[in-house]
Structures are given as structure tokens and as C-alpha cells.
Design a protein around this ligand. Structure first.
Ligand code: AMP
Ligand code: MG
Length: 402
């Protein structure tokens, strides 16, 4: 899949749209940050030598606020009142914080301490200097990275673009929204969860609606998806039944592979290209479609968006429940609640019913415990666990694995 879902080339992206994107170039500072020496404190800009033998009394020249240029050079015996972020005036080489001064009158201040040269002065370029590589290609742009770009006046960067991902649900039984249920009908939940998962993976998403189980409807929905999106996710219709049309249609209109994967949930899966656009055919059971997305969809979409860390973080956790299973040739992914224990380890307990239709347990889970083929994991044993989100600490505060 990773080979067949190519990495999209970087394009210019406004910094305001770049959060979470993968940077496609090195960014070199073309300016100094801060651009001028300025004060870290409210106080008085002085000549450090004048404070020798403090307390000393100095003449006040002017007041310099942030955003305003000094108008006077500080000479011997002189000082200028200055506020945080304001430029250090010529002649001054140190700042005395206001708390260590006392006004004598409107024009004179008493400095109570001796200060060294550079005291509370933030030199030009102290944060970022001209020519420094401040961000490297491949970095995932964070809030702080965007701040760095703004502080340098960079308005746009080369970044791997977001994918636009379309999501379609298939099934005659599916009903939209709150409409009344006729006998045999259920409500469509997969479309919303897959749209949300794709959005959470950093994609733009397009709702392609519900397609009933006819070749025409499913073909039309997939065709519409591949003509407007960079990838299409479908759910339902990929297992062994006669009316599992998605795999049949994809095979007919696309360069498609239908497969069965030795995992539980989410055994059936279809993947391939239709008109060059990757289509992921996930199974219909709600937990299966979500687990498929986590294991198969998300890594491929992230790859296409330039990420190199594709998978969720895995920790070796302590099983606080017994996770029983029987050998069946498959790896099982148990929906679990992961929590930091007081012992510095992550602990997992079952999130509830483990049926592939039991979305309630998936909703309660923040992790998947990986149970290799065999007899499961005894209580107190260790189990590799994929963290799907933040792990709450003992105190209940989440600690994000990313
Ligand atoms: P399928 O993979 O189409 O055989 O569907 C497997 C199971 O998932 C069946 O019980 C379906 O009713 C159910 N299912 C399929 N699609 C959805 C959906 N979009 N939302 C909720 N359940 C679904
Ligand atoms: Mg179906």
C-alpha cells in the first residue's frame, strides 16, 4: 500500500494553513530574532559602570515603551525608563529592574543595586540568528513551529499537502440520521467515524453519502469519489457474502486487491487504485472499520502526506485484566483503556464487549492491546499496546504519547 499511495510533492502553503503538515524544505533564518537588543524587564536602561557602588542616583532622559524607538543616547550618570520588549537605547548596556529602583523625583531615579553589563538585555539574534536552519524538511509543523515562521516573517512554506479523503458507506440496511428505522434497518455510524478518523489524521474530508447494495449505486459513489478526492474510504461489502459488492466492483473498475488479513477484528479488506486514486475498502462492522482505518488506512494516508512516523506509538503495558483468547492464526486487537499507573508503567483494562459490532467498547477505549496468536495474556502479564490518543495519568490528566 505504501508503494502504491505515493507521497505527494510539497507545495507552497500559507503558514496559517500549515499546522500538522510535513515541511518539505529546510527553513533558514533570513532575519535576526529578536531583531534588536531589547529589555526583558520593566525598569531603567543604564550604563552598568554607573551602578558601581550602588545606591546611585541617575538622571532620567525619557521613557521607552515596546514598539517605540529611543530618541536619546544614555550618557554617564543617565538612565531611560524602559518597558519589556523596548529597544535598549544607545549608550546603555544593562537594565535595572524597576523593583530595584526608586523614583527620587520626576527626573531622577535611585538605583539600589550594582548590575553587570548585559543585565536583563536580550541581544539581537538571541533566539534565532541569520543563516541558522531553524526548521528542517520532514518536521511536522507544530504551533511553536508556526510561531517561529511568523517571527521570521515567513508567510508561506513548502509542505506536503493534505489529502482530500472521501468516505462512502455501503449497505441496503443503512439509514441516515434520525429517520425512523424500518424493519431490518440500522443507522449508519461508519461514515461519521471514518470522516472523523480521516480528519484526525490531518486530511480534508468529503462525505460521499450512503450507497445501497446495487452495483450502479456503489459504482457511482466510488467514481464520484475518485474524480474529486485523493483517496476514498468505503465501508461494508468486502467480506465473503454474495452481496458483498464493493470488492466485486472495485475488482471490475480498478486495479484492485481484495485480501483477508490475519487479524481480528477487521479480517476482510480491499485495497487498490481506481483511476490512480487509492480506494480503501473497509469492512462494515463498526469496530472493524475503525480498527482497519487505524492499522491500514491511517499509515497510508500519513505516508502520502509526507509523514515518516506512520503508526501509533506502541508501549509495553501491564495487563490489569486477563485477556483470554484461543489460537486461530490471527493477531487480535483488544479494545482497552490505558492509564498510567503509579509504578511508571502503562496499565490496560478491557474497555468492554469485544464484538466487532460493539462500538461502545471502542468508544470507551483509548488503546488497542495486541494479542498475538495463542492463549492470550494473563492478568499481570505484559502486552504491546497501540495508543490511539492521550493516556490519562493516575490523577486523570491525559499525557499525550505524541
Ligand atoms: P458488511 O461488511 O457489509 O457485510 O457489514 C457487516 C456488518 O456491519 C453488518 O452487520 C452491517 O449491517 C454492519 N454495517 C455495515 N455498514 C455499516 C455502517 N455504515 N454503519 C453501521 N453498521 C454497518
Ligand atoms: Mg453490507
Amino acid at each position: 500500500m505504501l508503494d502504491r499511495v505515493p507521497r505527494r510533492a510539497p507545495v507552497p502553503v500559507p503558514v496559517g494553513d500549515a499546522l500538522g503538515l510535513v515541511l518539505g524544505e529546510d527553513v533558514v533564518a533570513s532575519e535576526q530574532v529578536p531583531p534588536f537588543a531589547n529589555t526583558a524587564m520593566d525598569g531603567f536602561a543604564v550604563r552598568a559602570a554607573d551602578t558601581a557602588g550602588a545606591p546611585v542616583e541617575l538622571e532620567i532622559l525619557e521613557t521607552i515603551a515596546a514598539g517605540h524607538a529611543p530618541t536619546a543616547e544614555v550618557g554617564p550618570g543617565q538612565a531611560s525608563r524602559i518597558f519589556t520588549g523596548a529597544p535598549i537605547p544607545p549608550g546603555a548596556d544593562a537594565v535595572v529592574m524597576v523593583e530595584r529602583t526608586e523614583l527620587v523625583d520626576e527626573h531622577h531615579v535611585r538605583v539600589e543595586i550594582e548590575v553587570p553589563v548585559g543585565n536583563h538585555v536580550r541581544p539581537a539574534g538571541d533566539d534565532l540568528d541569520v543563516g541558522a536552519v531553524v526548521l528542517s524538511a520532514g518536521e511536522v509543523l507544530s504551533a511553536a513551529h508556526l510561531g517561529v515562521l511568523c517571527s521570521l516573517g515567513v508567510e508561506s512554506v513548502l509542505a506536503h499537502p493534505r489529502l482530500t479523503v472521501g468516505v462512502v458507506s455501503t449497505g441496503d440496511e443503512l439509514v441516515e440520521g434520525a429517520q425512523p428505522l424500518a424493519p431490518g434497518q440500522i443507522r449508519d455510524s461508519n461514515r461519521r467515524t471514518l470522516l472523523a478518523l480521516a480528519a484526525g489524521a490531518g486530511c480534508d474530508v468529503v462525505d460521499l453519502g450512503i450507497a445501497p447494495d446495487t452495483e450502479e449505486a456503489i459504482t457511482a459513489a466510488i467514481r464520484r469519489g475518485v474524480s474529486t478526492c485523493d483517496a476514498v474510504l468505503t465501508s461494508g461489502g468486502v467480506s465473503m457474502g454474495d452481496i458483498d459488492l464493493v470488492k466485486v466492483i472495485l475488482d471490475r473498475i480498478g486495479d484492485m486487491r481484495w485480501m483477508q488479513i490475519a487479524i481480528k477484528p477487521a479480517k476482510p479488506f480491499a485495497f487498490g487504485l481506481v483511476d490512480g486514486v487509492p480506494v480503501f475498502g473497509f469492512p462494515g462492522n463498526p469496530v472493524s472499520s475503525m480498527v482497519s482505518f487505524e492499522l491500514l488506512g491511517r499509515p497510508a494516508l500519513r505516508h502520502a502526506m509526507g509523514h515518516t512516523e506512520l503508526d501509533r506509538p506502541v508501549v509495553r503495558a501491564v495487563a490489569d485484566d486477563a485477556f483470554d483468547r484461543r489460537p486461530d492464526g490471527k493477531t487480535h486487537f483488544a479494545r482497552v483503556v490505558a492509564r498510567h499507573g503509579g509504578d511508571g508503567r502503562v496499565h490496560v483494562t478491557t474497555a468492554g464487549g469485544q464484538g466487532s459490532h460493539q462500538l461502545g467498547a471502542m468508544a470507551a477505549a483509548n488503546a488497542l492491546a495486541v494479542l498475538p496468536d495463542g492463549d492470550g495474556v494473563a492478568m499481570g502479564g505484559e502486552v504491546d499496546t497501540l495508543l490511539l490518543g492521550g493516556v490519562p495519568s493516575e490523577s486523570g490528566l491525559p499525557i499525550d504519547p505524541a
